[in-house]
Write a protein that binds this ligand. Structure first.
Ligand code: WQD
Length: 340
């Protein structure tokens, strides 16, 4: 199928475009490089053996997006394009609401106009806030968002829930990511934080590469076995392959209206200290780190019950935490010295 991938030059978007091509689909990548670099597209063309289109566009630009849809006739949309830094969303909420909610509304109006069948929405485990019990399932309560970023994901999900019963009902899949890490095995694409990384694993690899002086572990007094916070880290290629399964599931489904939610996690929790120790093991690099205060907005622990994706989508992670950290380190070494 011809699948539009918004934000397709980004971390998860680029890996999903590669997985789509690998599965015989034709990715139509749309990105305005506000959070990525053009060289990723050149490398994606290599990975997709030239079987992809690219358009530089802002998803909020209705006319430009309409022109792309006219020309490319996508049968589905996977919508990644959004701002995703929790701390930044607290400092610049309007920017987050305009971009994250605005782009979704523009795409949904165009999807209806062009009769595009399948819609996959990139959501996040952030919607669960501080969970009452672990692991979280898709029916775990969605809590008050801890940040404007988290709220934009909750609003996006609610829009899709409401569209099930609209006059022209639509079918969508909502994928709640846990913590995506790692890189494509070719090391041609990977996570490319612009500036100082917000997320743990790129901070680790940049510290190991000597780009950062040391990692600060945010908090060692959580109610967890080793005192550091727990997350569900999932290899970005496992996550990408889940999107291919979601598109297939939508194509096979007879339902006229749906907004089906799936947790995409490995189904296991790892503490920050465990991630550091595993990284040192797979890389052979002793990491410089110190302990600092907790980071505002962080939850002590969250990890997924991923049974529904296994049962319904026929998907489960194939790669381990070590695989992801090895691939992340390989990617970091490959881009070392690039002006990113
Ligand atoms: C993981 C753990 C930090 C950096 C966020 C978004 C989520 C998704 C992924 C978009 C936490 C600790 C981190 C550092 C540290 N984004 N940490 N030192 O916050 O779980 O999730 O990114 O979809 O929606 O909320 O990921 O990698 O920032 O943090 O100790 O320098 O690592 O405190 O416990 P997070 P993260």
């Amino acid at each position: 199928m011809r699948i539009a991938v918004t934000g397709g030059a980004g971390f998860i978007g680029s890996h999903t475009a590669a997985a789509l091509a690998e599965a015989g689909h034709y990715p139509i990548v749309i990105d305005d490089f506000r959070n990525s670099k053009p060289f990723i597209i050149d490398r994606l063309k290599t990975l997709c053996k030239g079987k992809l289109s690219f358009h530089e566009a802002d998803c909020n630009d209705r006319d430009k997006m309409a022109g792309i849809f006219e020309k490319e006739q996508p049968e589905g949309i996977i919508h990644f394009a959004a701002y995703k830094a929790v701390g930044e969303s607290v400092r610049h909420p309007l920017m987050y609401y305009r971009n994250n909610v605005g782009s979704l509304l523009t795409l949904l109006e165009l999807q209806k106009h062009y009769g595009i069948e399948h819609f996959v929405f990139s959501s996040s485990c952030t919607v669960y806030g501080v969970p009452d019990e672990l692991p979280v399932t898709e029916s775990s309560p969605v809590k008050k968002a801890q940040s404007p970023y988290g709220f934009t994901k909750q609003v996006g999900e609610q829009i899709l829930f409401d569209l099930q019963s609209a006059s022209t009902p639509m079918r969508s899949v909502i994928l709640r990511y846990f913590n995506p890490i790692g890189a494509h095995s070719s090391a041609l694409i990977g996570e490319l934080p612009l500036g100082e990384p917000e997320n743990l694993v790129p901070y680790i690899t940049q510290t190991a590469a000597g780009i950062r002086k040391e990692l600060t572990i945010f908090g060692q007094d959580y109610e967890t076995p080793d005192g550091t916070a727990i997350r569900d880290y999932i290899h970005v290629m496992d996550l990408a392959e889940a999107h291919v399964r979601a598109i297939a599931w939508l194509a096979e489904s007879e339902e006229k209206a749906s907004a089906e939610v799936f947790n995409l996690g490995a189904g296991r929790g790892s503490s920050v200290k465990e991630v550091v120790a595993t990284f040192e093991e797979v890389s052979g690099v002793k990491l410089n780190y110190r302990y600092g205060p907790r980071r505002p907005g962080d939850v002590p622990a969250i990890y997924a019950n991923a049974d529904k994706a296994r049962k319904v989508l026929g998907w489960a992670v194939q790669r381990t935490l070590s695989d992801a950290l090895r691939d992340a380190w390989h990617w970091q070494q490959q881009i070392h010295g690039l002006p990113v």
